[in-house]
Design a protein around this ligand. Structure first.
Ligand code: PGA
Length: 251
């Protein structure tokens, strides 16, 4: 079954509006020829409006890095689905490991955010992945299984088909250590099987990104694995030249 690659840049807490405008103006020109990959950039909340404006009509979609499940209320520092929709944001990252590590995100809150995002018509990229200690302790399968089962609970088959899952081993994020293609493929196959147990044949439609030190030099090998359908890229998505090279190499 062929699935269209989806490669997203997660800018984390980087770039002002002015920097966002400059980078995306350069990037969209460099990647305008790419038809075979869904491309997305997820800047900070404050740069979303600028990013949407710069990329309108191009093949670069824009996503947020988080969204809250309530429509409004006393949730200091959070953003609602309606606020993102008003900006014409298309995608949203949910449950990134930095949210889990530093901001108390749990599998349950991931599930709440996911349901809200889907109800609002946003396209979620839901993250999972084990820490170094968990991999050393042979807990990868248990941890990722719990993240998938609880995080993706209670969806319709149609909703599940539209979700992107990002497998990001925490030990590979920002460290320069990449999972080997075989290590990544093994966990991607595990995730697809879990989705099959939960939702049946729709599992073959779900795109699973790999994330963790993906760069222009290793992307092609990772994308050649049968269950790897894209990438979530941090550091190598910040410079237009680097990210353009990565996208071209992934084709
Ligand atoms: P990295 O980050 O590519 O810098 O390792 C990936 C991510 O956190 O999504």
């Amino acid at each position: 079954m062929s699935r269209k690659l989806i490669i997203a840049g997660n800018w984390k807490m980087n770039y002002t509006m002015a920097e966002t405008k400059a980078m995306l103006t350069e990037l969209k020109a460099k990647v305008a020829d790419i038809k075979s990959i869904d491309i997305a950039i997820c800047p900070t909340f404050t740069s979303l409006a600028t990013a949407v404006e710069v990329c309108r009509g191009s093949n670069v979609g824009i996503g947020a890095q988080n969204v809250h499940w309530e429509a409004s209320g006393a949730f200091t520092g959070e953003i609602s689905t309606e606020m993102l929709r008003e900006l014409a944001v298309e995608y949203v990252i949910i449950g990134h490991s930095e949210r889990r590590q530093f901001f108390g995100e749990t599998n349950e809150s991931v599930n709440q955010r996911l349901h809200a995002a889907l109800a609002a018509g946003l396209k979620p990229m839901v993250c999972c992945g084990e820490t170094y200690a968990q991999r050393q302790g042979d807990e990868t399968e248990a941890i990722v299984s719990a993240q998938i089962k609880a995080g993706l609970a209670g969806l319709t088959d149609a909703q599940m088909a539209g979700i992107v899952i990002a497998y990001e081993p925490v030990w590979a994020i920002g460290t320069g250590l990449t999972a080997s293609p075989q290590q990544a493929q093994d966990v991607h196959a595990l995730i697809r099987n879990l989705v099959r147990e939960m939702y049946g044949a729709v599992a073959d439609k779900v795109r699973i990104q790999y994330g963790g030190s993906v760069k222009a030099s290793n992307v092609a090998e990772l994308m050649s694995c049968p269950d790897i359908d894209g990438a979530l890229v941090g550091g190598a998505s910040l410079k237009a030249e680097d990210f353009s090279q990565l996208l071209h190499n992934a084709q």
